[in-house]
Design a protein around this ligand. Structure first.
Ligand code: SF4
Length: 331
C-alpha cells in the first residue's frame, strides 16, 4: 500500500517533471546497534583501552569513528592481551561463552554489547538442544552471530544451512540413505530474509515430517530486520531505482538489496557516497533510499545531499527509529 502523502509526492513529481527522493519508512541504525554504540562509548569514558572482537558493527565509518574513542578492532582475545588492552568488547552480534572465560582468565575486563535479541536466540538454541532437538540454524556459517549461537548451543547435533544441499541428510525420513532424526528444530540468523527462511522451512518440513517426525520452527529474524524488508517492499512500489546504503560485510544490507531486486526495481548497494554512478540515474524520476541496520545517519544524509546535487528534490518525509518488542521475541 502506498501512503497517500507519498503517492501525492510521486504524482506531483511526475506532473511537474521534478525528480524526487523517497525514503523507506524505517532504515539505518537499528535498536540493537544504537544500544551497542552507547554501551561501548560509555565504557570508553571510564578510561582504559578497549579492543573490539571484530567490528563492533559491520560499517567502516563507525569502526573509524570508534577508533577516535580508543576502541580498536582485534581478531582475537590473545591479540587484545598482547596489544596491552584493558577491556574486550563483545560486539552486538554476540560471542560464545568461551570468549568471556578466556578474557577474564587473562585479566581483561568485558564490555558486553550483545544485542538482547541475539541473546534470546542464543538461549533458545541452548533450550532446544536440551529438549532433544537436532538444531538447524538458517544462516551464514562464518558470521560471528552464527558462530556465537552455535557455541551457546554446545552440541555436535547442529548444522548451519542456507539450502537443502547444506543439510546432512540426503533423503526424507523413512527413505533409504541418510535421513533426518525424529526431532528437528529450525531457527534463523536474526538478519536473514523472511521469504528465504519460510521457503527453506517448507523444504525442511518435507524431509523431517514423514514417518512421525517433528519439526519445530521458530522465526528468529528480528523485528528491525523484517520491518526494514517490509518498508523496502513498500518503497519499491513508488520508485524507479533503489539505493541501499550499508557496509559490504553487513548481512541485513545485502538482504535489502535482494528484496529490492525481487520486487523488479534496479537496486544497488553503496558503502559510501563516492560509489554513486551517473548511469544508474539515466531516465530515473524517483529514487528510493534505504540503509542497513549498521549505517549511521551521517552517511544517509550525505547520500541525500549528493542526490540533491544531481537534481533530485529533497525528501518530504523522514524515517523513524525502531523499537522492537523484546519480551515477545523468540519465546
Ligand atoms: S539487526 Fe536485530 S539482532 Fe541485530 S543488532 Fe539490530 S536489532 Fe539486534
Amino acid at each position: 500500500m502506498v501512503s497517500p502523502a507519498v503517492t501525492g509526492a510521486t504524482e506531483r513529481a511526475m506532473s511537474s517533471g521534478q525528480r524526487r527522493i523517497v525514503l523507506a519508512e524505517v532504515m539505518g541504525f537499528c535498536w540493537g546497534v544504537r544500544r551497542a554504540l552507547e554501551i561501548v562509548q560509555q565504557a570508553s569514558r571510564q578510561g582504559g583501552r578497549i579492543a573490539a572482537l571484530g567490528d563492533i558493527i559491520h560499517n567502516p565509518h563507525v569502526v573509524q569513528e570508534l577508533q577516535m574513542y580508543g576502541i580498536e578492532p582485534v581478531d582475537s582475545i590473545d591479540d587484545a592481551h598482547a596489544g596491552g588492552f584493558q577491556w574486550v568488547a563483545i560486539t552486538a552480534h554476540g560471542a560464545g561463552p568461551s570468549r568471556v572465560r578466556q578474557a577474564m582468565s587473562l585479566g581483561l575486563g568485558v564490555v558486553d554489547t550483545t544485542c538482547p535479541l541475539v541473546m534470546k536466540v542464543q538461549r533458545l538454541a541452548e533450550r532446544l538442544v536440551r529438549e532433544g532437538y537436532f538444531l538447524v540454524l538458517f544462516g551464514d556459517r562464518d558470521h560471528p552471530e552464527v558462530r556465537g549461537i552455535l557455541e551457546w548451543a554446545d552440541t555436535t547435533r547442529a548444522v548451519v544451512a542456507k539450502r537443502a544441499a547444506d543439510l546432512p541428510w540426503t533423503v526424507a525420513r523413512g527413505g533409504e540413505g541418510q535421513s533426518p532424526p525424529r526431532k528437528v528444530a529450525l531457527i534463523s540468523q536474526t538478519t536473514k530474509q523472511t521469504e528465504a527462511f519460510l521457503s527453506f522451512a517448507e523444504g525442511l518440513a518435507g524431509m523431517v515430517l514423514p514417518h512421525g517426525g517433528e519439526l519445530r520452527v521458530v522465526n528468529t529474524i528480528c523485528q528491525p530486520t523484517w520491518e526494514r524488508q517490509e518498508a523496502l517492499r513498500k518503497l519499491a512500489d513508488q520508485v524507479d531505482l533503489i539505493l541501499v546504503i550499508g557496509g559490504r560485510k553487513s548481512s541485513n544490507t545485502a538482504r535489502l538489496v535482494e528484496v529490492g531486486r525481487a520486487c523488479g526495481v534496479p537496486s544497488y548497494q553503496i558503502e559510501r557516497v563516492q560509489e554513486l554512478r551517473s548511469e544508474w540515474f539515466e531516465g530515473v524520476q524517483t529514487v528510493g533510499l534505504s540503509a542497513g541496520a549498521s549505517t549511521p545517519d551521517s552517511v544517509i544524509l550525505e547520500t541525500i545531499q549528493a542526490l540533491v546535487e544531481r537534481g533530485f528534490e529533497p525528501p518530504t518525509q523522514f524515517w523513524r527509529l525502531d523499537d522492537p518488542d523484546v519480551d515477545a521475541f523468540a519465546e
